[in-house]
Design a protein around this ligand. Sequence first.
Ligand SMILES: [Zn+2]
Ligand SMILES: [Zn+2]
Length: 454
Amino acid sequence: MQVVADLQIHSKYSRAVSKNMVVPEIARWAAKKGIGLVATGDWMHAIWFRELVSQLEETSEGLYKVKSEYVSSDFIVSEPLFLLSAEISSIYTQGGKQRRVHTLVFAPDFSTAEKIKQELTKRGCNLSSDGRPIVGLSARDVAEIALTVSERCLVIPAHAWTPWFSLYGSKSGFDSIEECFGDFADSIFAIETGLSSDPAMNWRIKELEKRAVVSFSDAHSGPKLGREATVFQFRHQPSAISHQPFTYDDVYWAIAERFLGKNEGNLEIASTIEFYPEEGKYHYTGHRNCGVVQTPRETRKRGTACHVCGKPLTVGVMHRVEELSRNSKIEPVKKKSKGGVMGYYHPTDDTRPPYVMVVPLLEILSEVYSAGVGTKTVLNEYEKLISHFDSEFAILLKVTLNDLDRFGGGRLAEAIGKVREGLISIHPGYDGEFGVVKIWEEGDEEEEEQMTLF
Ligand SMILES: [Zn+2]
Ligand SMILES: [Zn+2]
């Protein structure tokens, strides 16, 4: 038995987030996606915290579900559980450089979360400025505060590679966990990879060898939930009578296991579900205004100044990984599952969870119907498929291509088959510009048309 978890999202109280990111809507979208465990996001924010307290009820230690009166009326196929996860933005100076690091803090229950909020406030943090508060404390100090209140908190660097706001960021990050978290480095059990990197890139980093690599969506709206996710599986079959078969501590141990060398819980990380890293906004190096994009090889040759305007380029995640890794590229071993989904495995270390790569269904449908992601055609088809097949992850990863063909048409089945096998092309993202996925390269269609003409 497995649980798909998305443990980084934001509420409507964070900047640039959809007004619909409220508890019932988050639960509804989690169910549509096939997510069984979702972040509350933003618990440091006073109003959101009150909404969480009043709209959620505890089902097992540290995990919550939506109270029945808040369940949105149209449907909930399965009830997702919530875990208290928030993100905090540290902006500070260290070693003569300005640093900006985003950190996730998971709390084991509301009273721990409340105490952490109090401590942060005592240290002068304004937690109500935004759902993801900006504080002058270092990432190390945030870790100290959370872990002093409770050792059961988890502190995880968020989207660890993005240039501007992360642990390893090329613009304002650090070269190592040690340098960033100092004496608290040994309390950092995992990093979150962000959209622009995949596990194989992270496997190259020495200090990550003993740490878990997790993936979450950082969704700012319902449809973006589960863009990336971490799949947990039970180590022992939970008893048939247990109503909620796992707790916060099971999640804690699954994430801490690799670093601590033991697991006292009943979950472990089975795999991660990844965005194609090329589709992320910072995969390559570049300058968006000038349309300049460079691969790591080109960057080594041409340097990091824009060859059009001379300004510094935004050094992308791929180049940054090259800079910080000592070993050469790790080529994952590809193995196809029975359902035709390509899995990517570590070539020598079988304790590393494998991963699969997906393209969001709305994007696939947009290509199938040659219509925008937000158009009626695409949205209607999306709803139709979800209500028939239960969830987006079922459609992307489980439903047979025959069934997809029968219900959604041959073009959809072909598209999903291609995505499952990785037979797509992507123009990589750079300097804040998302990459563009192409399931059918231009030319394919013309060819098809010509074929039918003849
Ligand atoms: Zn962030
Ligand atoms: Zn430029």
